[in-house]
Design a protein around this ligand. Structure first.
Ligand code: ADP
Ligand code: MG
Length: 238
């Protein structure tokens, strides 16, 4: 559970071709980072995988099943939004429980899933608080909790740390990496930050103008960047 295949996936908005054609294989359990400069199509690609945008061409397979035309809810993925997407008037418990209530699970099942997620995220003591009574890092963990309870086959993160300060970003990077070690679920993480890419990824996908420049481990990209763009972006000497 959690393999994702992109087969000649493309996206045009009106006249503008944002993604000409992408082929990519993501294996079950991988931590994959999409990295590249602002405007290169990272968010668009993630939204195509999530089903939040329709593809203009090509196919998307999840666990071997063609989901190209499927609605987001039918794909078994969870998108983690920035922490400001929390509901301010609801407790942490109810924020995390929200997708389960929408799915009409019974209360006992909801409580158990919420409490299990809270334990993994060190939020057990904060379940009855409101988001405004939490630190930025705790709020981000609540946003992740809301994804965890859905038990997705993959987590999709779009620059989840970009509105946190530098010190907290470092801590949260480690926490998300630890979460991946614990859950062993596929994660796709979008960032324009080379440090995040190099420290978190099993596999980095370097994007430039909607094309993949190179795919490889952080060490691969550092040692053998395919071109000057990758070398410049990753910061390796060449
Ligand atoms: P990134 O996340 O890498 O910064 P995006 O995927 O957000 O890049 O955007 C890639 C390109 O697609 C940009 O030129 C952006 O203006 C364009 N784009 C994104 N969404 C839309 C949209 N809904 N309509 C028109 N153009 C869009
Ligand atoms: Mg973006």
């Amino acid at each position: 559970m959690g393999s994702i295949t992109l087969n000649k996936v493309s996206k045009t908005f009106g006249e503008a071709t944002v993604i000409p054609s992408i082929d990519l294989e993501i294996h079950d359990g991988e931590f994959v980072v999409f990295v590249g400069p602002s405007g290169c199509g990272k968010s668009t690609l993630l939204r195509l995988i999530a089903g939040l945008e329709d593809t203009s061409g090509g196919r998307i397979l999840i666990d071997g099943k063609d989901v190209t035309g499927n609605a987001p809810a039918e794909r078994g993925l969870a998108m983690v939004f920035q922490s400001y997407a929390l509901y301010p008037h609801m407790s942490v418990r109810n924020n995390i429980a929200f997708p389960l209530k929408m799915a009409k699970l019974d209360k006992a099942a909801i409580d158990k899933k919420v409490e299990d997620a809270a334990r993994v995220l060190n939020l057990t003591d904060y379940l009855e608080r409101r988001p405004s009574q939490l630190s930025g890092g705790q709020r981000q963990r609540v946003a992740i909790g809301r994804a965890i309870v859905r038990e997705p086959s993959a987590f999709l993160f779009d620059e989840p740390l970009s509105n946190l300060d530098a010190a907290l970003r470092g801590t949260m990077r480690l926490e998300i990496s630890e979460l991946h070690n614990t859950l062993k679920t596929t994660m796709i993480y979008v960032t324009h930050d080379q440090v995040e890419a190099m420290t978190m990824a099993d596999k980095i996908v370097v994007l430039n103008r909607g094309n993949i420049e190179q795919v490889g481990s952080p060490l691969d990209l550092y040692r053998t960047p395919r071109n000057l763009f990758v070398a410049g972006f990753i910061g390796s000497p060449r």
